[in-house]
Design a binder for this molecule. Structure first.
Ligand code: NDP
Ligand code: MG
Length: 383
């Protein structure tokens, strides 16, 4: 029996993780669930999975959750600081970080400090402070098992390859809804168009990131930290069918890929069960449905975010933190119709050039960088 805490239980990854748990009641028990403001779903999940603790970060929703769970024995906490309580809860073996954004940083650090293994969906945390997180995990002997489908693919390809040198990895990208489009087209796209992902149903922020290729940029940085690679060893290749989830090329030239239908339940299931594989009834891939699998060069010229993310990775220090914070602000602004699709990259680039660069940041430096960048990005959006 593995005891799990799910941060961001009401989201796309969180709900799919709970579906995996519900299908394997003898293997997993949920001890903590958190949400930001979706009290209704959190209550429903709590009544079904009977965790020890639920956290609602929006304090205005505390009474609603607390009243609904009266008499159940489930402890209810509110506020962002309470996320850390869910992360360090006694008896929890693995914390699944399915929050969106850099808000995941503190609870992830606390979970690692408390010796909990991490099922990592919340890529922003690794983008912001990858050096700090990976160092701490090594120190504490904590496993970080990726949930992001591309990184799960690489992780799976590396099983049994300990000590063998990776020449490079290829992260596959669907290309999103605007694959093949030019800047003139992108200038006028709306959030409704950007939210229509061809292959995956996900939360709003990552769906916009997929349309702008920032998601792939963040994943390049995520891969550096998960697999200890340099920027030149990480390549992005567009693969519209999202069947090959990513590939590793070893130093003998041989390549390994991991494949499957685009269904996040698969990498979630793998991360929860790791190092085992547990049978599932997920829909199987059928070759007849996919007579062709295509691969193309990514267009980093049109989708500037990809180039900006590589630049941030090469620069290091707090630059990935800057790019992430600026991106969180512009995606939010785009979703509120406050800026256009192409302006998102303009604001991010300006933040990268304006915020003080710190070569070896401390946790406080990261938190300050995140805060200052958000203020600047917001001013640039409003300008
Ligand atoms: P969603 O937006 O669907 O869900 C986010 C979850 O986090 C919800 O439970 C939400 O609560 C909660 N949350 C959001 N903001 C805050 C906050 N400020 N404080 C506390 N809790 C918060 O996101 P996804 O599930 O799509 O993505 C989660 C993470 O996983 C992201 O980092 C994403 O990049 C990554 N990921 C997602 C994939 C997917 O298929 N969705 C694939 C690969 C990676 P509430 O519901 O109350 O708002
Ligand atoms: Mg991914």
């Amino acid at each position: 029996m593995k005891n799990i805490s799910i941060l961001g239980a009401t989201g796309s990854v969180g709900t799919q993780a709970l579906a995996v748990v519900a299908s394997n009641p003898d293997l997993y028990r949920v001890l903590a669930l958190t949400a930001q403001s979706n009290a209704e779903l959190l209550i429903e999940q709590a009544l079904m999975f009977k965790p020890v603790l639920v956290v609602i970060t929006d304090e205005r929703k505390y009474r609603e959750v607390q009243t609904a769970l009266l008499g159940t024995g489930i402890k209810v906490l509110a506020g962002a600081a309470a996320l850390c309580e869910a992360a360090v809860l006694e008896g929890v073996d693995m914390v699944l970080t399915a929050l969106v954004g850099s808000v995941g940083l503190r609870p992830t650090i606390e979970a690692i400090r408390a010796g909990k293994d991490i099922g990592l969906a919340n890529k922003e945390t690794l983008v912001v402070a990858g050096d700090l997180i990976t160092r701490l995990a090594t120190e504490k002997g904590v496993k970080i098992v990726p949930v992001d489908s591309e990184h799960s693919a690489i992780f799976q390809c590396l099983v049994g390859e300990s000590g063998n040198a990776i020449e490079k990895i290829y992260l596959t990208a669907s290309g999103g809804p605007f694959r093949g489009k030019d800047p003139a087209f992108l200038k006028g796209v709306t959030k409704v168009e950007a939210l229509k992902h061809p292959n995956w149903v996900m939360g709003a922020k990552i769906t916009i990131d997929s349309a702008s290729l920032m998601n792939k940029g963040l994943e390049v940085i995520e891969a550096k930290w998960l697999f200890g690679l340099e920027a030149d060893q990480i390549d992005v290749i567009v693969h519209p069918q999202s069947i090959v989830h990513s590939l590793v090329q070893f130093n003998d030239g041989s390549m390994k890929a991991q494949m499957g239908l685009p269904d996040m339940k698969l990498p979630i299931h793998y991360a929860l069960a790791y190092p085992d594989r547990i049978s599932s009834d997920f829909k199987r891939f059928n070759f007849v449905d996919y007579p062709e699998l295509n691969f193309y060069q990514a267009d980093a010229k049109t989708f500037r975010n990809l180039g900006l993310a590589y630049a941030a990775l090469r620069k290091g220090g707090n630059m990935p933190c800057i790019i992430n914070a600026a991106n969180e602000v512009v995606v939010d602004a785009f979703l509120q119709d406050r800026i256009g699709f192409l302006q998102m990259s303009d604001v991010i680039e300006e933040c990268m050039g304006s915020i003080d660069f710190i070569e070896s940041p401390s946790l406080n430096n990261y938190l300050e960088t995140d805060e200052y960048t958000r203020i600047l990005a917001d001013q640039l959006v409003t300008k």
